[in-house]
Design a protein around this ligand. Structure first.
Ligand code: UDP
Length: 481
């Protein structure tokens, strides 16, 4: 008797946490459905997630990591710098992007040596389009931003007249909701996103870390615009917990911030984090500190502050005088200088709000935890995510932005004043009517997310549909038994 063998699928995550975390989670989900999965990456990147893979292997899943070399010498980066999380300047970031280009011959060799049935690279590997075509390996693209963002990008492209005026807010026509932007997107960002979307062409579809109920009308809008299929298989961290039956992140030691949170009242703490890339200017950090202090609410603030060599800075010159001593004495605040266990913090009962840069993973994680947001976009697509949170779904309060930024490193020139941040934090965290309504909406969306990942839910079904689609693409997978 002959039975189809499992699919052999290669995943290629981009060298940034916001891309790598959800794509590795997707790879784990596909492996949990009995397919044979290989994640191709470099040693420094593998280190960031290897534990979770070892755990899955121990559970009997067919998942492995295939290592290639990071071209440090060729791009002029020191050993060990292989991910944007280590970059503190646009120059270093550009070298990492260059490295992502230079790995192409290695990937070609891997694909030729042992061709997979399907190749799933991150959308940023635009060269994968021609490579897959040449090698005739079916390709699906992983897009770490939301479908809503893609619709915004397209609407902005088709309606340049929306930005003729010099004064904000700018009304964006042609979308399922009437939406506004507080700043004009830079032409550079438009060009960049267009080249990315071109990278989607020829793919069998796009996989996103989202769920159908969140993207609702925008998915239809996207499919009409591009003719491409979208698979919603998120929120990926919730999916991993439900389907792989494993924690989305593995941490051996309980972080001290979780113990600190244990002593706090339910929903009383604001979690503040700007993701893995954004570096705020000294002036902005100062204003943020004064805003948080003036809000009167408790907070955990993750500060990624690095000097030119990529080391954490010793002296906090940017903090208001006596800030750390004051918040410690009042037992009101905690600073985390380094990597925080974000999903665990968001799921702690004491956390009641998230001041976020609106990175897509941050948004998906906050929704999964039912945490309303205070939005302060950092760069690029994050301005759009803010709109999804505040104007489309209403589970967040907008701080907004005074300036468009395409880079997370250089710090914006225009500084948002502490009062503006204080006001937004109070609107959410004070136990008023408005905050209550926003909190309720966040809980409602969390319920939808939870339903999506259960058996019979939209993301659960979408994962099944994705695997079935891939199986149908490669019908002749037979092994004699
Ligand atoms: N993250 C984390 N701890 C940190 C900073 C970030 O665990 O101190 C994780 C966060 O949970 C998310 C990812 O890193 O999964 C960042 O992705 P996101 O899209 O939110 O933002 P980006 O870093 O790409 O701007």
């Amino acid at each position: 008797m002959e039975t189809p063998r499992p699919l052999k699928i290669y995943f290629l995550p981009f060298f940034a946490q916001g891309h790598q975390i959800p794509l590795v989670q997707l790879a784990r989900l596909v492996a949990s459905r009995g397919q044979h999965v290989t994640i191709v990456t470099t040693p420094g990147n593998a280190e960031l997630f290897q534990k979770t893979i070892d755990d899955d292997i121990a559970s009997g899943h067919h998942i492995r990591v295939h290592l290639i070399k990071f071209p440090n010498t060729r791009v002029g980066l020191p050993e060990g710098v292989e991910n944007l999380v280590s970059a503190t300047t646009s120059t270093t970031a550009a070298k990492i992007h260059m490295a992502a280009h230079f790995i192409q011959p290695q990937i070609e060799a891997v694909l030729k040596e042992s061709p997979p049935d399907v190749f799933i690279p991150d959308i940023l590997f635009t060269w994968s389009k021609n490579l897959s075509k040449t090698l005739q390996i079916p390709r699906l693209v992983f897009n770490p931003i939301s479908i809503f963002d893609v619709c915004m990008i397209q609407a902005i492209k088709t309606h340049p007249e929306a930005f003729l005026s010099d004064s904000a807010p700018y009304h964006i026509p042609g979308l399922p909701h009437p939406l506004t932007l507080p700043v004009k997107p830079s032409p550079g960002f438009a060009a960049l996103t267009e080249s990315l979307l071109e990278g989607e062409e020829d793919s069998h579809g796009v996989i996103v870390n989202s769920f159908a109920e969140l993207d609702a009308e925008y998915t239809q809008h996207y499919e009409n615009l591009t003719g491409r299929k979208v698979w919603h298989v998120g929120p990926s961290s919730l999916m991993v917990e439900q389907i792989v039956k494993k924690p989305a992140i593995v941490s051996e030691i309980r972080h001290e911030c979780l113990t600190w949170l244990d002593s706090k009242e339910r929903d009383s703490v604001l979690y503040v984090c700007f993701g893995s890339l954004v570096l705020l200017s000294d002036k902005q950090l100062y204003e943020l500190a004064t805003g948080l202090d003036a809000s009167g609410h408790s907070f955990i603030w993750v500060v990624h502050r690095k000097n030119k060599e990529g080391e954490e800075e010793e002296e906090e010159k940017w903090l208001p005088e006596g800030f750390e001593e004051k918040i410690e004495k009042e037992k009101r605040g905690m600073l985390i200088k380094g990597w925080a266990p974000q999903p665990l913090i968001l799921n702690h009962p004491a956390v009641g709000g998230f001041l976020t840069h609106c990175g897509w993973n941050a948004v998906a994680e906050a929704i999964s935890a039912g945490i309303p947001m205070v939005t302060m976009p950092g760069f690029s697509d994050q301005y759009y995510n803010e709109k999804l949170i505040t104007e489309v779904h209403g589970f967040g309060v907008e701080v907004g932005a005074a300036e468009w930024s395409i880079s997370p490193y250089d710090g914006k020139k225009e500084v948002l004043r502490g009062e503006r941040i204080e006001k937004a934090v109070k609107r959410l965290m004070d136990r008023g009517e408005e905050g209550g309504k926003i909190r309720k909406k966040a809980k409602e969306m969390q319920e939808k997310a939870w339903r999506a990942v259960q058996e019979g839910g939209s993301s659960h079904n979408s994962l099944t549909a994705l695997v079935d689609y891939l199986k149908a693409l490669i019908p002749n997978r037979v092994t004699a038994t």
